[in-house]
Design a protein around this ligand. Sequence first.
Ligand SMILES: CSC[C@H]1O[C@H](OP(=O)(O)O)[C@H](O)[C@@H]1O
Length: 357
Amino acid sequence: MSSLPQTDGLPDTIRAIVWDDDRLQLLDQRQLPGQSVWLTLDDAPAVARAIHDMVVRGAPAIGIAAAYGVVLAARAAYRDAGPDWRAAIEPDLTTLAAARPTAINLNWALARMRAAFTASDGDPEPQLLQLAAAIQHEDIAANRHMGALGADLIDHDRRNGGAVLTHCNTGSLATGGFGTALGVVRTLYGRNSIERVYATETRPWLQGARLTAWELQQDRIPATLIADSAAAALLAQGGVHWVIVGADRVAANGDVANKIGTYALALAARRHDVGFMVVAPTSTIDTATASGADIPIEDRGAAELLSYGGHTPGVADMPAWNPVFDVTPAELVDALVTEKGVLTAPDSAAIDGLMRA
Ligand SMILES: CSC[C@H]1O[C@H](OP(=O)(O)O)[C@H](O)[C@@H]1O
């Protein structure tokens, strides 16, 4: 799929974020699945624009792209200000932080990169590039570990086998590689533990219909696309035993911000005794945010909701409400799977214990 070489020798996984030729290469997810178009970025404002415009999207992927954005910012600051690069870099860090509000992985990555601003006055780029690459590799390793933990839980649950449903895109395109919720799906299918995956189309941006469908087809995993509004009826008819989703931010009390429609899936799952699993690395957990009520929810405006592939089939100037995330209360989450362990009752005490471990 990628015209760029795999650069780290890790087990094969679709790679949508690649540092190559001393610049950041991003697979433009707005063009998938029809075209694989790679964009080359060589400054931090361009990375911020790419995050805002969803060239790259998905909570962990946003953090990884931002980390490489800091590398580009440090290059420019050191070139322009030499030993005073730490002051010179600040405007670019502010621009990166403002790219999208909900996924906490963005700020997590910026804070981790900032913590590496050592006292040395030498060129910071090599050290920061090493850290950005480490963040991406750690994410892939975490995804593979979460895949096993989530699959183990389902394999040992009374609601094992059959089919699962996933929402939005939580695969290699949304992460450093392999995926969070889709990583669990990949692992389950690899074990012959499930027969089929149902993917919601995920209006309005169609991450499910365009990206998840494409990833599952690449992996030759049997999948069926459904309209978002068909999900409750599907769960009501039986056969789907788990809903497996990702997250953009998990609050200190276990409330989960994720793609719009997740809350409805959680309600339908609870009504029909279908397991509801959230899969997210701890870089998505924000203990500084007390509850879901405090999570900023991105609204991407009416045009995105009124259009379909750039066409406006309906009333062009119709007012529209387009929050692209919602909040699922912790009590509707049957399992929160992280790389540090699985919480089957995610609440403040359990989250605190996990983050301190
Ligand atoms: C690996 S979880 C990715 C998470 O991000 C997605 O949102 P977006 O496509 O707008 O960045 C969605 O909420 C996924 O669950």
